[in-house]
Design a protein around this ligand. Structure first.
Ligand code: F6P
Length: 516
């Protein structure tokens, strides 16, 4: 099948993207849960799309969706289902999925009590600050939500985040906070992550210094391993909440892992995010392959990476609220599918997942867009256009014009003839430097009424896209064996930092001497 797809790619690579896209200009965008997805400026035509859809069918994407939503073991290396979708289900489920669905409610209820002042500080006052401590999937999602919707947060509570083991991160997260009015929330699915335990240990001592044994009223722990949290507490108390073991860390922002956001935004706003994700789940669960947004985007990723050989995808978030989205999606996609071996231990056909990077539009136009337009590597871009349309119209008009202009210039380029016709007085040398090769494909996802629901739907869409893309690459998107070796090595090196001669690797030994 890949050979047939490669024949289509070879044929289409010869085409002018400008001309090819023009033939697809009137194609209706893919619609899902309020999102519209336009693929006109991709190197695709109806024959190639037919072949891609056939590949998706032969790969079993429809069965993969059924497996996911039925709670089947879709994470074979850990023998687990993937039940992140159950966290936002709006109707009772069965078995473990129902347990997962119910696990969110205690956190939402607690958040409401904090918001209403029913749960108060040790000296009986309302909390005025929340300090979230976690990293990776226990940080990126809550941080993204808080940043995207901080204007929806009722006044009265400051929210801070600390993730890095660099002590400056926690130092500045705690700067100006008063332990007497701060709730510290430690989030760690494994309750074994060095950075989080380091920061949590410092924060607990900070609370204890001010509150003594009353510090237990200022500490909440969210984990899938409560027994490890209990051991860490060493007989002390704390509020504790469950992160289900069958929800991957990078799929856990819907869970109690986002307790800080539930408090900061209020449970009602957080429920809107859950409901938006559920709407997208229903689309993904029921839509046939050819109109299934997540499956189509997964096939596009497979097409651009494995068939057209493009090693990157660039995510351009033309919405200030979504400025942290590329960082969040990097973990979701690259920790899920940045692999080369399947769950049976067999090497899969390369290449697999692309490197995903990007940033906020229009800001990136003053940075890496030069590379995108005139660099030597043409890589697919993905515009997420979802501003607040009820804000200043001049700014919105400019943002809209920039997003559309960038996509058009990337695809259509600017020929030397156009440069000479438009700027006849410039030298031949400068004219040549003003040429844009074009032929740089992009997709554009837009939403007419962005808010918590649309946000939830978008993240759900990318979760399912990541799962289906993993299927297409033959990978298990739900484990992450590749993150362990570095941690083990760091533990070994930490023990010999001051005795470089004990380092097994000569360059590491030299670097230790260089640093110390
Ligand atoms: O090391 C990678 C990772 O395990 C991520 O998958 C996870 O989101 C992050 O570390 C944090 O893990 P935990 O929530 O168990 O502290």
């Amino acid at each position: 099948m890949r050979s047939e797809l490669r024949q289509h790619a070879t044929r289409l690579n010869q085409a002018s993207l400008k001309a090819l896209a023009a033939t697809r200009a009137d194609f209706a965008p893919i619609s899902a849960a309020g999102w519209k997805i336009n693929l006109a400026r991709q190197f695709l035509d109806s024959d190639a799309e037919t072949a891609l859809l056939k590949h998706g069918a032969e790969t079993g994407l429809t069965q993969a969706a059924a497996d996911l939503f039925s709670g089947a073991i879709v994470n074979p290396s850990e023998g687990r289902p993937a039940l992140h979708w159950a966290l936002r289900a709006t109707h009772p489920l069965s078995g473990e999925a129902e347990t997962v669905r119910r696990s969110v409610e205690p956190a939402l209820e607690f958040a409401g009590k904090i918001q209403r002042g029913e749960v108060r500080t040790a000296d009986g006052k309302p909390f005025t600050a929340v300090l979230h401590i976690g990293i990776g999937g226990s940080d990126f999602g809550p941080r993204l939500i808080a940043d995207a919707f901080d204007d929806l947060a009722p006044p009265g509570i400051t929210l801070r985040f600390a993730a890095n083991v660099d002590p400056y991160d926690l130092d500045r997260a705690m700067a100006g906070l008063d332990p007497l009015s701060t709730l510290v929330i430690g989030v760690s699915k494994s309750f074994g992550t060095e950075e989080t335990l380091y920061n949590l240990g410092r924060a607990r001592r900070w609370l204890e210094a001010a509150l003594g044994d009353k510090s237990s009223q200022h500490l909440a722990l969210v984990t899938a391993v409560p027994e490890k949290a209990k051991a860490w507490l060493g007989g002390r108390e704390a509020y504790t909440f469950d992160m289900p073991i069958s929800v991957g860390g990078r799929f856990s922002l819907w869970s109690a892992a986002s307790l800080a956001c539930m408090i900061y935004l209020g449970p009602d706003n957080f429920r809107k995010i859950l409901n938006g994700a559920n709407a997208m789940d229903e689309h993904v669960r029921t839509a046939p392959l050819e109109s299934n947004a997540a499956m189509r985007l997964a096939l596009l990723d497979f097409w651009n990476t494995s068939i057209r050989g493009k090693p990157m995808r660039v995510l351009l978030a033309y919405a200030n609220r979504l400025r942290m989205l590329p960082t969040y999606m990097q973990q979701l996609e690259m920790e899920s599918n940045g692999k080369s071996v399947d769950s049976e231990g067999n090497t899969v056909e390369p290449p697999t997942a692309p490197a995903l990077w990007g940033g906020e539009g229009s800001v990136g136009q003053h940075s890496y867009h030069q590379w995108l337009h005139q660099g030597s590597q043409d890589v697919p871009c993905e515009f997420i256009f979802a501003p607040d349309f009820d804000r200043d119209s001049d700014g919105l008009d400019a943002l809209t014009a920039h997003a559309l202009a960038q996509a058009e210039v990337l695809a259509n380029g600017r020929s030397i003839e156009e440069v000479r016709a438009e700027e006849p007085r410039i030298s031949a040398a400068v004219s040549a430097q003003k040429v844009h090769a074009g032929g740089r494909p992009s997709s554009l996802l837009s939403h007419a009424d962005f808010g918590p629901e649309a946000f939830g739907a978008l993240v759900s869409l990318f979760e399912h896209r990541t799962y289906f893309a993993g299927k297409l690459w033959g990978l298990n998107p739900f484990d992450q064996w590749g993150v362990e070796r570095g941690k083990t090595m760091a533990g070994r090196l930490k023990a010999i930092l001051k005795t470089p001669s004990e380092a097994a690797d000569p360059v590491t030994a030299a670097l230790l001497r260089q640093i110390f």
